[in-house]
Design a protein around this ligand. Structure first.
Ligand SMILES: *[C@@H]1O[C@H](CO)[C@@H](O)[C@H](O)[C@H]1NC(C)=O
Length: 762
């Protein structure tokens, strides 16, 4: 087959799946799974009893229809209950998992498995039968330097009731060995079953909460060793290291730089020890907390990679986090809920539907707009509120919803769907009504945040038309947050910008989405309070009642936080849109990065780069998954079909120039370029991304205009998270990325420029 024909057939096979782009979400994009958590299936049970229990659940809730389906979800206790003896080195015992899977098949109910191997690894609630076998967990804890330690060096591992706090260091070989082995074995069991019942396999969620118990963790010596290496790009973060290219950005090249940045006085990197008590806003504490957040993200990302390696499709794997409940104590920032290379997963208890937008908007924007909720209970006697809990998640694009919990014990606890001592049958009945009402209605199609669609309104471009109040409102063509520039509306705290906007009509299935990023301007003080961003349309708040909140850490470690919200409800009307910020005035250097409204498109036709010709300053790895032909092929999933993306040759130092160029075929107006870091499944996901680069445009291929300039690119570069660059509309036929400081590549000792995909938009 001629190469061009091969490329075309690959393109058409990959791009569209029932009118949807397969890489934009699950392969069942339009199905919503409602999967109550039911933890009581044990192989020692009386099977006919369990069949009856599942059939009773079906009759009480209803099984739904073609688009909204009832099933159930349960934990795989592969670190505790489901293990063999010490003589067998605690290998995974599939007996209980197979029993539960067989019952799902018999009951014809789709399932999701909570790969619950984190701090709840031996469970549980009083209603979860048989979770108690701490033999493996104790074995790991006894190995030494495996558990989280407090500042006095005491282990925080307490085993029962969610106390399995193992250190997240990548040097924690004992813990990681067992965790990886157990989770992969349980996934193999699951996948064998899923081969026979593909329609019943809804997916996998990760540990119920990957986090710290409190601020007084994790002082494990392995964590401190790894931190020092991460700061200066040595050891596993240095040349030849397994995670080379994923160290802190920018790196500290001398101890005096570190001391200056943190107000410390260490003699060498080896002397660095973390602060013993944490003072929020203090540069040293915040630098340490930045590392704590990174540890959580690594654990979530690495677990996702292990599960993908075991054979589960990456878009069927979701995080399972409770971000922002205790940002500093638990260290579970939103990006940890957006599992690297997987989907975003949240837990919500007692949350008001009116306030869900403050969580759902960032959750949608963080990676592939592939969102699920893995523990949900409104804890209310209000039937409308319970119903709206389901409806709000559905409207916000949640693909999987796991109400907690279907209980069949004699004395159910407050979480029970039916017979809760506090809430009666309210939650169960709301789920029943929701499934009944939406059984054959497709959930709204939600595009990925890097391509919310065709821009229909740009708040930056229309700034002059807005009414402004507050101390300081202005435009900055390349405003920076953490050194990352974006076309920015600067609006000092207590500023409000009011726009009159005519929103277009949309066609059936099409969505209007407002995308923005929020961030604190570089140069702002690191001390002080929180600030909140809110957008209202005709007075209705889009980001929940509490708005989008950035904690102090975002002042010290500046970085953009993205958000996306569906505003289709206001299509085809004239509306008032208010962008406002609140907070402590003296600390408020608040910015809106590239806020705009988009109309979704159903395919990749608005990506001006797809299928266009690519040339590069160098090329490497052809024949093993790399080449310019993969850079604009519409496939953002590295490794699929053996195609990772494009790689330059390797250089011995980062200070080398490499460039890659796309010819759009004709001159067009462009205002956004999206760079996808490599995300093939290996330690290398996210590496090879340049740290200093410019994006340039040209009409003739010889005179170039700088569209976006990035130095020490400090974003959370992770596999599956697109890096978005917005700039003022410019005419260009050629677009190129020129890297001047290249990225290290995992497991190699050299530096390259690598991307899995480049996209260009009007
Ligand atoms: C734990 O780490 C400390 C400090 O690196 C080291 O001295 C000690 O030998 C380690 N203990 C074990 C059991 O590995």
């Amino acid at each position: 087959m001629a190469p061009s024909i091969l490329l075309l057939s690959l393109l058409s096979a990959l791009l569209v799946n029932n009118g949807r782009v397969s890489g934009w979400g699950t392969d069942t994009e339009d199905i919503t799974y409602v999967l109550p958590i039911y933890e009581s299936l044990l192989a020692t049970n009386n099977r006919p009893d369990d069949v009856t229990i599942l059939n009773t659940m079906k009759s009480r809730i209803g099984v739904g229809g073609s688009k909204t389906k009832l099933g159930f979800s349960f934990s795989s206790w592969s670190m505790s209950r489901d293990i063999k003896s010490e003589d067998d080195d605690f290998e995974f015992d599939p007996t209980n998992l197979n029993y539960a899977l067989d019952l799902a098949a018999e009951a014809e109910l789709p399932i999701l498995i909570h790969a619950n191997n984190g701090h709840w690894a031996d469970c549980c609630t009083s209603n979860s039968d048989g979770g108690w076998n701490p033999a493996l967990l104790n074995h790991i804890a006894e190995a030494g330097n495996t558990t989280q330690l407090n500042n006095a060096g005491q282990s925080l591992y307490t085993n029962l009731y969610g106390g399995n706090y193992f250190s997240f260091s990548r040097y924690n070989d004992v813990y990681r060995h067992y965790k990886k082995r157990q989770v992969q074995a349980s996934m193999s069991t699951l996948l064998e079953w899923a081969e026979d019942y593909p329609d019943l396999f809804a997916g996998v969620s990760l540990d119920s909460e990957t986090m710290f118990p409190n601020t007084n963790a994790d002082y494990n010596p392995l964590v401190i060793q790894e931190w020092r290496e991460w700061l200066q790009h040595t050891g596993i973060y240095g040349p030849g290291g397994a995670y080379f290219g994923q160290g802190r950005q920018p790196r500290f090249s001398s101890i005096s730089d570190f001391n200056q940045a943190t107000g410390q006085n260490f003699g060498s990197f080896d002397d660095i020890v973390p602060p013993q008590t944490l003072t929020w806003g203090d540069a040293f504490s915040e630098e340490w907390h930045r590392w704590r957040l990174t540890l959580v993200e690594h654990m979530v990302g690495d677990t996702t990679a292990w599960i993908i390696e075991a054979g589960v499709l990456r878009y069927k794997i979701w995080g399972h986090q409770t971000p922002m409940v205790d940002f500093y104590g638990h260290g579970d920032d939103f990006p940890s809920a957006a599992a690297e290379n997987g989907g975003t997963g949240l837990t919500m208890y007692g949350r008001s539907p009116a306030d869900m937008g403050s969580a759902n908007s960032p959750a949608r924007a963080l990676n592939w707009n592939n969102v699920g909720n893995f523990e949900l209970n409104p804890l209310t006697t209000d039937t409308n509120r319970a119903y709206d809990t389901m409806l709000t998640l559905y409207n916000d694009g949640y693909k999987i919803i796991c109400p907690n919990a279907y209980e069949t014990v004699a004395s159910p606890d407050q979480y029970s769907l039916f017979g809760s001592p506090n809430f009666g049958d309210v939650w169960g009945n709301a789920i029943r009504d929701f499934i009944n009402d939406y059984s054959d209605t497709s959930r709204n199609f939600q595009p990925p945040p890097w391509n919310p669609g065709e821009k229909v309104y740009d708040f930056y471009d229309e700034f002059d038309s807005a009414t402004k109040s507050g101390p300081d409102n202005s435009l900055v063509v390349d405003g920076t947050c953490g050194g990352v520039s974006r076309k920015t509306i600067f609006s000092h705290v207590a500023g409000t910008l009011t726009y009159s906007v005519t929103l277009p009509a949309v066609s059936s299935g099409q969505r209007l989405n407002l995308w923005t990023s929020i961030g604190v301007k570089d140069g702002a003080s690191s001390s002080g309070g929180m600030a909140t961003w809110q957008i209202k349309i005709n007075g209705t708040p889009l980001f929940g009642t509490s708005g989008l909140i950035l904690p102090k850490n975002y002042w010290t470690r500046k970085r953009w936080a993205p958000a996306m919200v569906d505003v289709t409800a206001w299509a085809d009307s004239d509306v008032t849109v208010e962008l406002s910020t609140t907070g402590t005035n003296s600390y408020g250097w608040t910015q809106w990065g590239a806020p705009a409204i988009y109309a979704s498109v159903d395919d990749l036709s608005n990506n001006l780069a797809v299928g266009k010709s690519v040339t590069a300053s160098s090329e490497d790895g052809q024949g093993s998954g790399w080449g310019t032909s993969y850079l604009a092929d519409g496939n953002v999933i590295g490794g699929s079909g053996g195609r990772n993306g494009w790689s330059s040759i390797s250089h011995s130092s980062p200070d080398n120039e490499e460039s890659v160029r796309i010819d759009l075929g004709s001159t067009q107006s462009i205002s956004k370029v999206v760079l996808h870091p490599r995300n093939d499944i290996s330690n290398a996901a996210g590496s090879g991304f340049p740290t200093s680069f410019t994006i340039q445009g040209s009409t003739d291929g010889s005179t170039w205009t700088e569209l976006s300039v990035q130095e020490n690119y400090g974003a959370a570069i992770k596999g599956g998270h697109a890096e978005i660059f917005d700039f003022s509309s410019t005419d260009a036929r050629y677009v190129r990325v020129v890297g001047t400081e290249l990225g290290g590549v995992s497991g190699e000792s050299g530096y390259r420029m690598q991307f899995v995909e480049i996209e260009v938009y009007a």
